[in-house]
Design a protein around this ligand. Structure first.
Ligand code: HEC
Ligand code: HEC
Length: 446
């Protein structure tokens, strides 16, 4: 019999003979629990040289995507503003911070720090943003400068969406935290600064105001990474579709990545590097040659992109090594109720059935880590946009440190309580108020 069915049967069964097996299964859960606490940390041995190389790539490599962000979308000119030779109001540091861009305090020389503190550096002047770019201090945004020292183009890196800062200097300015999703970053609003939204309108076969509405509808910490494949901008009930930027940490031992399991980490890095960031590299996925599901991908041959030189394929091993090296952050002691968390762990691994999918220590399924929408009790809109048609069991480590903005792929649940209420209803778990509290405290501790 299927293990999950067995567990389900056992947890609900009152048949005495099964009670013995139930006892045995409890013992098993206890063993698993011990293993959990012993091996949670990321222990894979990685080549430090490769990891260091991957870190550079993750933070600073645009793969030549300036061709899109500057040559097509003119984001460099939007940053400069009309007074500095671009167009529009320009992007001051204050505006940049307001749309969620982050500044690496460690990249700022002492005189710049002093200038910001004293007000000598005007945070409302777009020219100051250009200086921050020159210092290579804006996370995930790389500026290129011509011989005269003028900004000539910008491109983006992985760190744009998958890094934030610890706010140690001030809000939005601090030490880099790679792998954390930037849940303040309003990607849509940043793209909408472009004076050439027509390029996206042409791609998607809609008008410019529609593009603008969609981009402004994503919201902070969200992005739609399949839009330029299937052209699907709205959910069936007419809401703008977007997914929460996920963590890029704690991924050791995790098979399929992304909310709907498009592929493993290496697959997705190539997907995003080439088809989303628009880096100059190769990407191959014949699953996209399906005009019914992916009309925009077919029109633009996105399932078979070839560039010479290929700036993505050669960096995939280093990028993989770096991401695997980023441990899930460990929640601070005192940030949760330890006693409750202990009981919560028993529930998680036992009667609440969470560990039938979120298997510790990876907290995703071992193997083909996908489930149907029906299994988890939600609609299949996002799953059906993926070639898998399913949802991937989210790895949960570091959860409490990256859940700003909402939980589940589209942020539909605002709190851990809401998630647990959902499972309680869906699986008819009959959790008491205390159980729910304990489960939440456990989730905050992992
Ligand atoms: C514009 C924002 C953005 C950029 C830039 C970006 N990503 Fe992502 N990333 C996302 C979003 C959104 C998802 C979730 C996609 C989905 O499932 O719908 C994601 C998913 C992922 C995942 C899967 C995580 C998991 O839980 O399975 C990994 C790994 C990842 N990105 C790594 C990278 C790397 C490496 C780069 C640079 C090559 C990069 N990303 C660039 C937004 C971004
Ligand atoms: C049948 C498999 C399955 C079971 C059982 C299950 N989950 Fe999940 N869980 C999933 C999948 C799949 C997702 C991704 C859903 C999405 O993103 O829309 C998920 C997502 C989550 C999330 C959101 C993570 C995030 O970053 O958004 C939390 C929290 C969570 N589960 C906790 C639990 C808890 C607690 C239990 C037990 C009460 C549980 N899960 C039981 C499969 C399961």
């Amino acid at each position: 019999m299927h293990m999950k069915k067995l567990a389900l049967l056992l947890s609900r069964s009152a048949v005495p003979i099964l009670g013995v097996i139930l006892l045995m299964s409890c013992e098993k859960a206890e063993i698993r629990t011990k293993i959990t606490t012993r091996t949670v940390t990321d222990t894979l041995h990685l080549d430090p040289v490769l990891v260091a190389e991957g870190k550079e790539v993750f933070r600073y490599d645009t793969f030549g995507d300036e061709v899109f962000w500057s040559d097509v979308m003119h984001i460099d000119k939007a940053i400069l503003g009309e007074v500095n030779g671009g167009y529009g109001a320009g992007v001051s540091p204050a505006t940049a911070l307001a749309v969620g861009l982050k500044v690496d305090a460690e990249a700022l020389p002492a005189e710049v720090v002093a200038g910001i503190q004293s007000g000598a550096i005007d945070l409302n002047d777009p020219a100051s943003t250009v200086e921050l770019l020159r210092l290579n201090s804006v996370l995930g945004v790389m500026g290129n400068f011509d011989e005269d020292g003028d900004l000539s183009s910008v491109g983006i890196t992985c760190a744009f969406c998958h890094s934030t800062v610890d706010n140690s200097f001030s809000a939005g300015i601090g030490k880099r935290l790679d792998g954390y999703p930037n849940r303040d970053l309003n990607v849509g609003v940043i793209i909408s600064l472009s004076d050439n939204l027509q390029a996206l309108a042409d791609l998607l076969h809609v008008d410019e105001p529609t593009v603008n509405t969609v981009l402004n509808g994503w919201g902070p910490g969200r992005y739609n990474a399949v839009l330029n494949m299937d052209g699907v901008a709205l959910t069936p009930d007419g809401q703008v579709a977007s997914n929460m930027i996920p963590a890029a940490f704690g991924l050791q031992g995790v098979n399929l990545t992304t909310y709907s399991g498009w592929g493993d980490m290496v697959y997705w890095n190539a997907y995003v590097g080439v088809t989303q960031m628009r880096g100059q590299g190769n990407f191959f996925d014949p699953r996209l040659n399906d005009a019914t599901h992916y009309p925009i991908a077919v029109e633009n041959n996105l399932g078979n992109v070839i560039h010479s030189p290929d700036r993505v394929t050669p960096i995939l091993p280093a990028l993989q090594a770096y991401q695997l090296s980023i441990p899930a952050p460990i929640p601070a002691e005192g940030s949760y109720d330890a006693e409750a968390a202990e009981h919560g762990m028993e529930l998680f691994n036992g009667t609440a059935q969470c560990a039938t999918c979120h298997v510790p220590p990876t907290f995703t399924d071992s193997g083909h880590n996908l489930h149907t929408a029906e299994e988890i009790g939600i609609d299949d809109f996002e799953a059906s946009r993926s070639p898998t048609g399913m949802y991937r069991t989210t790895p949960l480590r570091g959860l409490s440190l990256r859940m700003q903005g909402g939980l589940y792929h589209d942020g539909r649940f605002q709190s851990l309580n809401e998630v647990i209420d959902h499972y309680n209803d869906h699986f008819d778990l009959q959790l008491t108020a205390d159980d729910k509290y304990d489960l939440v405290e456990y989730l905050k501790s992992i």
